[in-house]
Design a protein around this ligand. Structure first.
Ligand SMILES: Nc1ncnc2c1ncn2[C@@H]1O[C@H](COP(=O)(O)OP(=O)(O)OP(=O)(O)O)[C@@H](O)[C@H]1O
Ligand SMILES: CC(C)(CO)[C@@H](O)C(=O)NCCC(=O)O
Ligand SMILES: [K+]
Length: 251
């Protein structure tokens, strides 16, 4: 079995797949300790043979994770490294090493899945948009704060914005009526910002490509904007698809 890891800034997404890419088990954890616990449990029913990982965390944290996986599970981790070119996609950054590896995996996967140009949107801790031409030229993209960061900035930099974050969970409920409490006003306001950002990316994509492009949507908060982009393909495992392309299992 193959252990796959996508280490974002807030969460680590893990899954166990078989040689036919069937997902046998998966989860989301908040720390390396929780990951070890989850994998300990998964190991009782699956034998781990390989491990591949993409991470946007510090080099220190990546090294710590690689060590833990080697010592505890005997896994030699294949970790995605920056590249200027992969699977027909050319990295559009002036310094290709600076492009987030999660973005890189997402554009490589989108180009593989798409017949033409694509706009790739990832809504996680941060929100990113990337533009890839039909011939694989990555044009670059945009980064803005995601929902968790928008909320936190408001709470930390105002005196009177405070509310129960748990109670606020999904306060939009699909409604964008003006909020009648702090929680409603902030939650709906922040989601509207994300929806506005996503709509502006759609306009930019139309300027570049007319109507000849596809949209790929991924990340934990993708569902909050999906109806703004009715033509988008929602692909929750887009980064894992890229990871399999970047780190194939040696035969
Ligand atoms: N099961 C889940 N566990 C954690 N977060 C979830 C879950 N389902 C949806 N979310 C939402 O996903 C968001 C985090 O998205 P994601 O997991 O893509 O981010 P991340 O990997 O931490 O960040 P990034 O990839 O930008 O560094 C949170 O804002 C949360 O609201
Ligand atoms: C933008 C994030 C945080 C999104 O997860 C990640 O891709 C990252 O840390 N990128 C490095 C900076 C850049 O992509 O320009
Ligand atoms: K992500």
């Amino acid at each position: 079995m193959i252990v796959e890891l996508d280490c974002g800034n807030s969460f680590i997404k893990w899954r166990i797949i078989d040689a036919f890419s069937r997902v046998l088990s998966s989860g989301v954890v908040g720390s390396i300790e929780e990951l070890v616990h989850a994998l300990d449990e998964a190991r009782t029913s699956h034998e781990f043979a390989h491990c591949r990982m993409v991470s946007v965390r510090s080099d220190d944290e990546v090294a710590r994770l690689e060590n833990v996986l080697a010592q505890r599970f005997g896994l030699c981790v294949s970790t995605v490294r920056p590249a200027s070119c992969l699977a027909g996609v050319r990295n559009g950054y002036l310094n290709h090493e600076r492009l987030g590896l999660d973005r890189w995996m997402a554009v490589v996967a989108a180009h593989r899945l798409s017949a033409g140009a694509c706009l790739v949107l990832d809504l996680g801790t941060a929100v990113t948009a990337d533009f890839v031409d039909a011939d694989g030229e990555h044009r670059g993209g945009f980064i803005c704060p995601g929902l968790p960061l928008l909320r936190r900035q408001l709470r930390e930099h105002t005196r009177r914005i405070h509310y129960d974050a748990v109670a606020a969970n999904d306060l939009t409920g699909g409604s964008f009526a003006p909020g009648r409490s702090t929680a409603e006003a902030v939650e709906r306001g922040c989601v509207l910002m994300l929806r506005g950002f996503v709509a502006s990316q759609l306009e930019l994509a139309k300027e570049h490509w007319g109507d000849r492009f596809e949209i790929f949507l991924t990340g934990g908060d993708a569902s909050l904007v999906a109806d703004v982009l009715p033509c988008a393909k929602v692909v929750p495992d887009l980064i894992f698809i890229g990871l399999a392309i970047a780190c194939p299992i040696p035969s």
